[in-house]
Design a protein. Structure first.
Length: 105
């Protein structure tokens, strides 16, 4: 008689992700990421995500397609970057005051 055994695997915690605006020091890593994704480098300001010391995804703040490392699971990271880009666009459309100040006014 065969006995069915179930193996459970504990999910390995994901690495921390840092989200920030790209600067001129990120050009080489952005070009590498675009090459890995077979995509063009987005124009304009870019919000990016790093896991460990490696850039894994980037989204243009002004909107447009993301670039992401195809060798990492990045769907959730790209979603987070798109949300951040949307927040930055919304902030640019206001009167220049931080959103918390507008709420208190």
């Amino acid at each position: 008689m065969f006995r069915h055994t179930t193996h459970t695997h504990e999910a390995r915690p994901e690495r921390d992700v840092t989200v920030r605006l790209a600067d001129s020091d990120d050009t080489r890593a952005l070009l590498r990421l675009a090459t890995l994704d077979s995509a063009s480098l987005p124009a304009g300001p870019i919000v990016l995500a790093e896991s460990g010391r490696e850039m894994v995804a980037a989204v243009p703040v002004t909107g447009g397609p993301a670039i992401a490392d195809p060798f990492h699971r990045t769907a959730a990271v790209v979603e987070m970057l798109e949300l951040r880009a949307e927040q930055l666009r919304a902030g640019a459309r206001t009167d220049g005051q931080p959103s918390w100040r507008r709420r208190l006014a």
